[in-house]
Design a protein around this ligand. Structure first.
Ligand code: AHM
Ligand code: MG
Length: 334
C-alpha cells in the first residue's frame, strides 16, 4: 500500500528481539527498564505539549486556587521519572540532576541490578519559550558483588550498558544505544508507540555546522577561540554555519543527524564548563561514539573520565570525527 512503511518496527519489538537474540542468558531486566523509560518519555512528551495549557510553565513555589502546590515541569518530570524507574523493579541506584543525593532503592521487592543517571528535563532555560527540550539518561549495571552504592555510578562512562535521550520537539524522538550502534524512534501520538525511524544512525565524518554559545567568547581559552576562527575564516573560503539552540539534547540530535561539532568548553569563568559529567556528558559521549563520532574535553576522551562526585561538571566537545580532531589539534599545539 502506498505511503505505508514496509516494516513497522516499534521500540518494544526491537528491544524484545534484541533480548531474544541473546538467548537464555538474557533475563530481560534491561528490556523492562528500557520499557519503563519509554513510558516515562511518553508521559513527559504529553506534559511538555500541554504545559502552557495546564499552567505547568514557570510556576513552581506557587499555589493554585485549590491551594495545591503547582509544580514546574522539570520537577514533575523528575517525579515521573523516579516513580517509573522505581516501579520497574530493576534499579538499585538513581541519580537525578534535580536531587542532591543519589537515591538508594532499599525496598527488596523493588530492588534491581541497574543504576540510572538522568537529567529529567534538560534545557530548562528553553521550557517557558516552548523550544525543544529533552530527557537524558545513562544506565550502569551494579558492580560485581555490590548491593547498590554511589560507587556503582562513579565509574567511567565507557562502562555504561546503555544511554539515550528523548527530545520533545515537533515530534518526540527517542535515541538509544545499548552498545551496539544507535537507533532513533519517533513517537506516533495516535497509537502511543515509538516507531523505529532512524535505524543505525551514523554521524557524518565531517560536518558544516558548529554549535557553541559564542556569547562566552570573552572567557574562552585560546584553543577554542583559535579553532572557531579557523572554521569562520577558513582558507578554502567556505565557512561553517552556526546553530545553537541552548538545549543539549536538540543540539546533539542535530549534530548526530547532520554532523559538525557541538561544544560547551571550560573557560576563564567556568573552570570545568557547565554540563554535568554523569547524566549529560557521558550519555551523549556514549551515543556519539556509538554513531562513529568523537567526544572529548579537548585533551581527554570523555568516556574515560573517572567521576569523583555525582554532579561534577565536564568540558564537552562532540560530533563528527574530523571536526573534533581539528578542534583537538588546537589543544595539542598549545
Ligand atoms: P540545564 O541542565 O540547567 O538545563 O543546563 C544544561 C543546558 C544544556 O541543555 C545546554 O547545552 C546548556 O545548558 C546551555 O547553556 P547556555 O545557556 O549557557 O548556553
Ligand atoms: Mg541539564
Amino acid at each position: 500500500m502506498a505511503g505505508i512503511a514496509k516494516e513497522i518496527v516499534t521500540l518494544t519489538t526491537h528491544t524484545l528481539n534484541d533480548q531474544a537474540a541473546l538467548g537464555a542468558q538474557a533475563r530481560g531486566d534491561l528490556t523492562i527498564l528500557l520499557m519503563a523509560i519509554q513510558t516515562t518519555c511518553k508521559y513527559l512528551s504529553t506534559n511538555v505539549r500541554r504545559a502552557r495549557l495546564l499552567n505547568l510553565v514557570g510556576v513552581a513555589g506557587t499555589a493554585n486556587v485549590q491551594g495545591e502546590d503547582q509544580k514546574k515541569l522539570d520537577i514533575i518530570s523528575n517525579d515521573i521519572m523516579c516513580s517509573s524507574l522505581k516501579a520497574s523493579g530493576k534499579c538499585a541506584v538513581l541519580v537525578s540532576e534535580e536531587i542532591d543525593e543519589a537515591i538508594m532503592i532499599d525496598d527488596e521487592r523493588l530492588k534491581g541490578k541497574y543504576c540510572v543517571v538522568f537529567d529529567p528535563l534538560d534545557g530548562s532555560s528553553n521550557i517557558d519559550a516552548g523550544v525543544n527540550i529533552g530527557t537524558i539518561f545513562g544506565i550502569y549495571r551494579v558492580a560485581e558483588g555490590s548491593k547498590g552504592a554511589v560507587s556503582d555510578v562513579l565509574r567511567p562512562g565507557r562502562e555504561m550498558v546503555a544511554a539515550g535521550y528523548c527530545m520533545y520537539g515537533s515530534s518526540a524522538n527517542l535515541v538509544i544505544s545499548t552498545g551496539n550502534g544507535v537507533n532513533g524512534y519517533t513517537l506516533d501520538q495516535g497509537i502511543g508507540e515509538f516507531i523505529l525511524t532512524h535505524p543505525d544512525i551514523k554521524i557524518p565524518e565531517r560536518g558544516k555546522i558548529y554549535s557553541f554559545n559564542e556569547g562566552n567568547t570573552l572567557y574562552f581559552h585560546e584553543p577554542v577561540t583559535k579553532y572557531l576562527e579557523s572554521i569562520k575564516f577558513p582558507s578554502n573560503g567556505k565557512p561553517y554555519s552556526a546553530r545553537y539552540i541552548g538545549s543539549m539534547v536538540a543540539d546533539v540530535h542535530r549534530t548526530l543527524l547532520y554532523g559538525g561539532i557541538f561544544g560547551y568548553p571550560d573557560d576563564k569563568k567556568s573552570k570545568s564548563g557547565k554540563l554535568r559529567l554523569l547524566y549529560e556528558g557521558f550519555p551523549m559521549a556514549f551515543l556519539v561514539e556509538q554513531a562513529g563520532g568523537l567526544a572529548t574535553t579537548g585533551t581527554t576522551r570523555i568516556l574515560d573520565i573517572e567521576p569523583t562526585s555525582i554532579h561534577q561538571r565536564v568540558p564537552v566537545f562532540l560530533g563528527s570525527r574530523d571536526d573534533v580532531n581539528d578542534l583537538m589539534s588546537f589543544y595539542k599545539s598549545e
